[in-house]
Design a protein around this ligand. Structure first.
Ligand code: COA
Length: 321
């Protein structure tokens, strides 16, 4: 029988470094009210947890992806020329065709890598991280750049009370590389296409709308179990987590899921307070800032949980770089 040669496989994969970028323009709740949106600072802070967010004025989605990637590369110690796969998680592409990953690679000076865009909305970064790790473990890549970048303000009606006060812009990136032991745990992922209508872009106006309560109920009833399964799959007790970085959609969801999980000793990401909801960028953005502030020690377990439109979700434990 004919068999085919497979690529040599390393023992595992690891995150070597992260980086992030946020546009300089800060938009407070007072700024939103001043635009004429019928809301209040008290309502936004108590129901969603956001005090301010960043809007990209001059930057494109790819500009932000490039800035975050440059920092991730510098922090990883891996040269751009050694990257052999680029995965760009985004749901706010500037163009339907071409995808942005190849252009991003070209801008960063990465020669001819595998390159593709991935749209799993707010779960996109964790799907990308899993895909990167799987490619490495299968021997198909050695150094992978994974980016979550979003310019949601291009797709949001800033006067829609359910989305205009929540969504924002930014990017986060990670360099993933070979490792002599497993430092990225198994993924727990899934979807619920029966509820696809809960978060959609309107086919005519191309603006985002969401059934907030449907998503809220789904996230709070499901994500605690998904998070616990990701810990179990990695052989980690929730109480052993040093960090918990869920998608930054709503502070009440973050706190409820953290409580249900029992991540009593983890530093919980609450970046939504100053960054809003940046979809696929929210997890690498929050994690990169936590590492920069020294809140999570190198080599300690951190749980990532992404969830959003689709509906889609993905969770996994990593050891911090
Ligand atoms: C969107 C979300 C913040 C809305 O909060 P909510 O508590 O569900 O709000 P509701 O839509 O039920 O509205 C409750 C009340 O607040 C009012 N309200 C809604 N938006 C408001 C706003 N921006 N400012 C002030 N009042 C508002 C409503 O009119 C309603 O008033 P009423 O009780 O007098 O009728 C919340 O549902 C949410 O975060 N959902 C999850 C979203 C998510 O995770 N998305 C993931 C995709 S990335």
């Amino acid at each position: 029988m004919t068999t085919l040669t497979t690529a040599p496989r390393p023992a595992g994969s690891r995150v070597a470094g992260l980086g992030h970028y946020q546009p300089p323009t800060v938009v407070t709740n007072a700024d939103i009210i001043a635009r004429g949106v019928e809301t209040s600072d008290e309502w936004i802070q108590s129901r969603v947890g956001i005090a301010e967010r960043r809007f990209a004025m001059d930057e494109t989605m790819l500009d932000m992806a490039e800035a975050a990637s440059s920092k991730a590369l510098a922090n990883s110690g891996i040269a751009a020329t050694d990257i052999d796969l680029v995965i760009l998680a985004t749901c706010t592409s500037e163009q339907q065709v071409p995808g942005g990953a190849a252009t991003l690679a070209s801008r960063l000076g990465i020669a001819a890598p595998g390159a593709y865009d991935l749209n799993a909305a707010c779960a996109g970064f964790v799907y990308g991280l899993t895909s990167a790790s799987n490619a490495i473990i299968a021997g198909q890549a050695r150094n992978v750049l994974v980016v979550g970048s979003e310019k949601l303000t291009d797709y949001v009606d800033l006067f829609d009370r359910s989305t205009g006060i929540i969504f924002a812009d930014g990017a986060g990136a990670a360099v993933v590389t070979v490792s002599d032991s497993a430092r990225i745990g198994p993924v727990v992922w899934g979807s619920d296409g029966d509820n696809a209508d809960a978060i959609v872009t309107d086919p005519v106006s191309v603006t985002l709308r969401q059934e907030g309560q449907t998503v809220f109920r789904w996230a709070t009833s499901t994500m605690g179990g998904v998070a616990a399964r990701a810990c179990a799959a990695a052989g980690i007790e929730p109480s052993d987590l040093a960090g918990f970085v869920p998608h930054q959609a709503n502070l009440r969801i973050i706190d409820l899921v953290a409580k249900r999980l029992g991540a009593a000793n983890a530093v919980v990401a609450r970046d939504i307070v100053t960054s809003g909801n940046t979809s696929s960028a929210s997890i690498p953005l929050a994690l990169s800032k936590m590492l920069e502030r020294g809140e999570i020690g190198s080599g300690t377990p951190v749980l990532l949980v992404g969830f959003g439109a689709g509906l889609t979700y993905a969770a996994q434990v990593i050891l911090a770089p």
